[in-house]
Design a protein around this ligand. Structure first.
Ligand code: PLP
Length: 370
């Protein structure tokens, strides 16, 4: 039996009626741009994230871009971030005209090291972008402790609904950042039927600015206070996401259950390190990522057995050809580079059956001769 890395059709089959019922009124109204479904999703995501504001936009990449623009980050500025993330985190820093400054990750959580982020700050640094990788929140409160007045843009594209205990209180992804950003890319825990994104903040002035930036920099028709973007969230996407949101908590809990199943099944394999979840975190396991010996051979073996898998991410961003101008050499971020050579992500989606989980387990155990 082959097992895909992700099976969106399996999820769609379970929620098809609810999603189609949500889409039809938008189609009947022919009101596709912003409007009630977007406002409803914004209210729902703000409630989930314990934030005062949520502002929908076209995708998670634009959410980062708009967040930086709202913080007046541009030419000559530096933004400190992790090299072990999806490209958008740093691509957007470049695209606002600023310089990405990469610092290494914690080898256990794969998230940015707050001490290294603080050490990289210069007079030009305008923000830190920690990424909540694979579903667990970065050490935002430690970054805040080290850099009390530095804006933090939390790239929570992979982490909507994840929680972190700070000083004994549960906080949500995006809640404690200056601006938090989400992606509704279909493979995310809350995925749309196309692209979508959202920004959350507790700050009234930033919220107004973000709303303005997503509609060409003007909240009054044909009056533009600044140059912004066309980065609206589609009403159809918002309607589908409103219909899906009530399922999110159960889906993420099922992913945690699947992760625990794998953890137990791989516990005796010396060549396999299962994901480390910081005790302060409740991960939503957007990815279940192993660190393994002989990674590339394991990949071949999984491929031959029909087990879906992927490497997130094979080349850290500081070594990407497009960032050669920044002058980073191999060895600059050794933990990110080591992770890139050793990680592999397995199917973790909530609709996996026990038989499929066992198939994945057997393939991995078989490779290591157990
Ligand atoms: C960490 C991270 N940042 C940003 C993005 C960009 O989101 P989008 O694909 O919605 O533009 C993604 C996902 O694709 C991501 O995983």
């Amino acid at each position: 039996m082959s097992v895909p890395l992700l099976d969106l059709r399996a999820q769609h089959a379970l929620i098809k009626d609810a999603v189609l019922a949500a889409l039809m009124p938008v189609i009947d109204d022919q009101a596709f741009i912003l409007g009630a479904p977007v406002a409803k999703l914004e209210a729902d995501v703000a409630a989930l994230s314990h934030t005062k504001h949520a502002i929908g936009c076209a995708n998670g990449t634009d959410a980062l871009l708009l967040a930086m623009r709202a913080l007046d980050i541009g030419r000559g500025d530096e933004v400190v971030t992790t090299p072990f993330t999806f490209f958008a985190t740093a691509g957007t820093i470049h695209n606002v005209g600023a310089t990405p400054v990469f610092v290494d990750i914690d080898p256990k959580t794969y998230n940015i090291r707050p001490d290294l982020a603080a050490a990289a700050v210069t007079s030009r640094t305008k923000a830190i972008i920690p990424v909540d990788l694979f579903g667990q929140i970065a050490e935002i409160e430690e970054i805040r402790r080290l850099l009390p007045s530095m804006p933090i843009i939390e790239d929570a594209a992979q982490t909507i609904g994840a929680r972190r205990k700070i000083a004994g209180e549960w906080t949500m992804a995006g809640q404690t950042a200056t601006i938090g950003t989400f992606s509704f890319f279909p493979s995310k825990n809350l995925g749309g039927y196309g692209d979508g994104g959202m920004m959350v903040t507790q700050d009234d002035a930033l919220a107004t600015r973000l709303k303005r930036l997503r509609v060409h920099g003007g909240l009054t028709t044909y009056l533009h206070e600044e140059v912004g973007y066309n980065s609206r969230l589609d009403a159809l996407q918002a309607a589908a996401l409103v219909a899906k949101l009530p399922f999110l908590a159960a889906w993420s809990a099922k992913r945690r259950e699947n992760a625990a199943y794998y953890d137990a099944a791989f516990a005796d394999l010396a060549d396999v390190t299962t994901p480390y979840i910081d005790p302060a975190n409740e991960s939503i396991f957007n990815q279940y990522t192993l660190r393994v010996a002989r990674r590339d051979e394991l990949k071949k073996h999984l491929g031959a057995k029909g087990i879906g898998h992927s490497v997130y991410y094979p080349l850290p961003l500081h070594l990407q050809p497009c960032f050669a101008y920044l002058g980073y050499a191999a060895g600059a971020c050794p933990e990110a580079e080591r992770a890139a050579n050793e990680v592999v992500s397995l199917p973790i989606y909530p609709e996996l059956t026990r038989a499929q989980l066992d198939e994945v387990v057997a393939a991995v155990r078989g490779f290591y001769g157990r």
